[in-house]
Every structure is written in C-alpha cells, then in structure tokens.
Design a protein around this ligand. Sequence first.
Ligand code: ZN
Length: 256
Amino acid sequence: MAYGTRQAGTSVWVKVLTRNFPIVLFLILAMVGMTAVYWFFSPADSSADDMFAAVTTYDGLTAPIYKNVPEKPVVQRLAQSPGPTRVAIIVGHRNSDSGAVCDDGLTEVEVNADIAERVYAQLTAQGIHTDLLDEFDPHLTNYYGTALISIHADSCVYYNDLATGFKIAGSSFTDSSQLSICVESAYRDATQMFYHENTITPHMTDYHAFREIALGVPAIIIETGFMNLDRQMITTQADVPAAGIANGILCFLDKQ
Ligand SMILES: [Zn+2]
C-alpha cells in the first residue's frame, strides 16, 4: 500500500512536468542564460576592490555628478562660553521695611543703601554690569548672573563687647564658596574687622533670594557690621566696607 502511494506520487510529478514542458524548458534556459551573462561580465577575480577599481578606471561612460547641497548649520558641541559678566546687589530691606533700627532713628535700610550704592558705583566704574535690586525685587525670580550679593547690617542693640564684626552666608542651592572666600578676605583686608562666626542664623543661610534666583548663580548675604559697635565703619566710613565688597567681587570675577 505504501509503495503504491509513492509510485502514484512520482507519476503525478512527471505528469505535471511533461504537461508544462514549454514553461519548464523556458525556466531552465533563462537560468542558464543569466548564469552565462553573469559569468561573462564578471572580472576574473571579482572582489569588491577589483570591481571598484574597474569602475573608477573605466571613464568612457562615467561622468562626475555635481549636486548642490545646502550648507548645514554648524552644531556647537562645546559648552557655550559664559555670557557677559553681570552682578546683582540687593539693597537689604529696600522697598520692604526698615530692618534694624537704632534708638536715634538710624535704620538698617539706610546703612545698606549707602554701602550698596557705593559698591554699585565702584563696580560700574570698572565696567561691570551691575543690577541694584530691592529686597523682594521682581527681577530676583530666576535671576541669571555671575554673582549675587545681598547687603545687610546687624542689630543696633548693644548685647556685649563681642557684638562686632561682619559675617557671610552662602547659598545652599549653588556652590558659593569661592564668592564667600573672596568677599570675606577682601572685606577683612579693607575694614580690618573680625569675622563674626557665631551669630550666623538660619535666617541668613535660608535667605529668600537664594531660593528665587536661577540655579547655578553663586550668591551670598553679608552682614557688614553691627550698627552699634561698628557704626562708624558702616556709616561715616562707608566707602571702606564698600571697597571691601567690590574688591571681593572683583576677586571672584577674576577666578571665573
Ligand atoms: Zn537685614
């Protein structure tokens, strides 16, 4: 039974082939013809390099193709160089409140404004673009610059003989250590005042402007002195602390 089936299967194929003999013959001839053409036109050793050499040396029927390609814009892969120098000075408490007040009516905002305006004048005289801002200036939102310094002064209350000196707190959002170091050392040099470390309050380190300005802008707040014991330095000699702050900023800009 199995043999009979196979016999039948073979004869079916033979029948199909003989019945379609012209088509089968055409397919065979076509295959032979194409092989012959391929063999005839292939170089003896038909590696890709030889083919390429054959094509490039045979110039009878080739011509260079010129195509107008528009110039592509150049993509800059290096980081952008920093923009022009721009420094912000916040006049502590300006257009907000008076800040600390002395018994005789001297206000912190007056002291801050006097020093800040002198810093502003010294920096702009050096050709540095400087923005003099209010305590809650709308420009502080996402402010982008090279540095920001907020100028304040300490209490006018006499606590003890240690309530003298200046202090600086840096932003906890952007590394501001270089700016702190520069201003601290220049301010000390100019005023010969002590750095008053012990009374830096969270109010200074969590200063509102640090949160408002753009990330990446070094920012510090400086308490220029106590309005009681350092009063003379930060009022009648205001040019001195102003020079200290301006020199500190120049030191920082120098290191950029
Ligand atoms: Zn203040």
